[in-house]
Design a protein. Structure first.
Length: 76
């Protein structure tokens, strides 16, 4: 019984946050300041959040590409 409760807690902890869904891609930010990169990442993540579960997994990557970044590692 005790191990089942512990397993349940571990499974729930693994599901929390949803960070992978809203993780920005690795980009080449040559010519852009760190502040501009952070602003663009934030705005692209917020655009994805506004769509919730609707929208494809590459929304953040596509948003960063539209803003002129070369994508090194695509993400959601």
């Amino acid at each position: 019984m005790r191990s089942a409760a512990l397993l349940s807690l571990l499974l729930l902890a693994g599901c929390g946050g949803g960070h992978g869904r809203y993780e920005p891609p690795a980009v080449d930010n040559y010519g852009k300041s760190p502040e501009q990169l952070a602003k663009d990442q934030h705005e692209c993540i917020e655009e994805k959040r506004a769509h919730g579960f609707v929208g494809d997994a590459g929304m953040i990557t596509a948003c960063m590409e539209r803003r002129g970044y070369a994508i090194l590692t695509p993400k959601g």
